[in-house]
Design a protein around this ligand. Structure first.
Ligand code: ZN
Ligand code: ZN
Length: 210
């Protein structure tokens, strides 16, 4: 049964989000329903909400979430109800040209959720699944590849940071810059991503971090 949840909806670019009651579809094949326990806010959410990336409204933004799996659709192997999970915006098939080459973030497979948002308003009109996640909400539905189960002891607010800020900052050092051990690193701007770039540089063995 589709359920009614509260979500922060962006109805117009540059305007405040409004908490509304919306309808969330059941998880389809390969999809998972997650009860959101924490969601960080990212500059990408703000840029989107301000209209910086175009797209269409209304939509529910939020893509750095952690929560508990509530239900799974047919064929879900990766997680089970009750699992604490981190939810990310990266949806990947594991089998296409890009996934096979280790570039899951470029996955070119079209999923059901790419065609149809699981969110609708009271009149049945669709509400966009912002950044493939729609996490500024009590619950969300995503494809199973967007989930990673985490240990039950990690606080949800900390776990949510792993969804975007940590992978972006650490990945900038290890994957984009490919910083060799012993190099010096300069990090300009220490917000959520920058602080994780500092951690990434430390992990990668930087001689000094400025
Ligand atoms: Zn983000
Ligand atoms: Zn793929």
């Amino acid at each position: 049964m589709p359920q009614t949840i509260r979500a922060a909806v962006t109805r117009a670019f540059g305007q405040p989000m409004r908490v509304e009651t919306v309808t969330l579809a059941d998880p389809g094949p390969g999809e998972v329903l997650v009860a959101v326990k924490a969601c960080a806010i990212c500059h990408s959410d703000i840029t989107y909400a301000d209209g910086g990336w175009g797209g269409t409204v209304p939509m529910v933004l939020g893509h750095e979430a952690a929560g508990i799996v509530e239900a799974t659709g047919p064929g879900v192997m990766r997680v089970k109800p009750g699992d604490p999970v981190v939810v990310t915006l990266i949806r990947s098939c594991g089998g296409c040209h890009y996934c096979a080459g280790g570039h899951d973030y470029l996955c070119e497979t079209m999923f059901d959720l790419d065609r149809t948002s699981p969110l609708t308003d009271g009149t049945g009109a669709p509400i966009g699944h912002g950044l493939r996640t729609g996490a500024f909400a009590e619950k969300l539905v995503v494809e199973q590849s967007q989930l990673v189960a985490v240990g039950g002891n990690m606080p949800f607010a900390s776990a949510s940071l792993l969804a975007c800020g940590a992978i972006t900052g650490v990945g900038a050092v290890t994957n984009t810059a490919k910083m060799p051990a012993g190099a010096d690193a300069v990090v300009i701007g220490c917000g959520g991503v920058g602080l994780n770039a500092v951690q990434g540089a430390r992990i990668a063995g930087a001689a000094s971090i400025i």
